[in-house]
Ligand binder design. Structure first.
Ligand code: ZN
Length: 349
């Protein structure tokens, strides 16, 4: 694979069936090293104006309980609603629209306003994993729900206005576009090979090693061969796991450990509270069998060169196909070498 480290090429994403352009020749200059640290914003541990802090009231009048660990509630501004409206579908040739039901929730990761996942202990992150699983179980049991999308949007640059550590879950009646593509691709692979696309992929990556960032007994953190964002990563289970609720006790601990090790590296990369969108993908919950599905986490961080320089998906990428400069192998090497201790903790020592 060394022949494609220097010259422009295309890479194929077997999970989505899409291509991207890689242009390594644009980053011939060596890695410039650490940029200036961002002065961390000092946050209160409880902000009286935060609608997610314990005991505070939210828009619409609801009040949060004095929760001590994690807390979830139906989004006060849900994108989808569980009740079917009285409108009829639109189906006039080129004009086609159908009603869509869903349930949207907000999940608070901690009562502490000033924490981020990267600053939490593995046991605190384990509570988030348990919350994801409890929410997944409840929502996937709802008869009209076919897919449960758990995600976290972190940082103002990602459009997240509230620093209180939290995530969201949108669950809906139909399988959304990206999970539907992954469903179709993994099924096709399974039908042809009688094995799982992402387990075969993981085997190959573990042999190759150059895109591996971190491993523990149950999970592997890597930069996928087809990564699109500069420091995009995936967390993959080592055994066959269709949906997150199949994880057992020790595996949940090890997922929390993998998340901790990754998010600390992310913060250490540019010595900033690193923004990203994280999402958990797994098999749909519409009652059908999905033998080819392997659960995984995607991390899509926008930063490219420093705390303030981000990658934009514009121009050619918006109109033709996505493109990246720094190769996935370079990104993996940089992330792998970073310390596993948070830079703010090191300073305090
Ligand atoms: Zn996925």
């Amino acid at each position: 694979m060394n022949s494609i480290q220097k010259n422009p090429h295309r890479r194929f994403n077997p999970l989505s069936g899409e291509w991207l352009v890689v242009s390594p020749q644009r980053t011939q200059r060596p890695w410039q090293g650490q940029e200036e640290s961002e002065v961390p914003e000092t946050l209160l541990s409880h902000d009286p104006n935060c609608y997610l802090c314990p005991g505070n009231s939210r828009a619409g009048g609801a009040r949060n309980p004095e929760y001590r660990e994690t807390y979830s509630f139906i989004n006060d501004f849900s994108a989808l609603l569980p009740e079917q409206g009285d409108e009829k579908p639109v189906d006039h040739g080129l004009f086609y629209a159908v009603p869509e039901r869903g349930i949207c929730k907000v999940i608070c990761f901690s009562p502490r306003h000033d924490l981020t996942v990267a600053r939490m202990s593995s046991s605190e992150i384990r509570r988030i994993v348990d919350l994801w699983i409890a929410e997944y179980r409840e929502l996937s049991m709802v008869d009209f729900i076919s897919y449960v999308q758990i995600f976290e949007n972190r940082g103002e640059v990602m459009g997240c206005s509230n620093p209180h550590p939290h995530g969201q879950i949108w669950s809906n009646e139909n399988i959304p576009e990206l999970p539907a593509k992954e469903t179709q691709r993994q099924k096709a692979y399974f039908d042809t090979n009688k094995s799982l696309l992402l387990l075969d992929y993981l085997d190959a990556e573990l042999k190759n090693k150059e895109r591996i960032i971190y491993t523990n007994k149950d999970f592997v953190v890597l930069v996928p061969f087809w990564a699109l964002w500069p420091y995009e990563t995936m967390i993959l289970p080592r055994r066959r796991v269709g949906t997150i609720d199949e994880l057992e006790g020790n595996e949940r601990d090890n997922l929390a450990d993998a998340i901790s090790k990754l998010t600390i590296r992310y913060d250490n990369l540019f010595r900033t509270s690193f923004p990203y969108s994280m999402g958990i993908h797994g098999a749909p919950c519409d009652g059908k069998a999905y033998q080819g599905w392997q659960m995984h986490l995607h991390y899509y961080p926008p930063l490219l060169r420093s705390a303030s320089i981000k990658k934009f998906m514009v121009g050619y990428e918006l109109l033709a196909t996505p493109q990246r400069d720094i190769t996935p192998e370079q990104a993996a090497a940089i992330l792998r070498e970073l310390p596993e201790k948070h830079y703010l903790e090191v300073k305090r020592d």
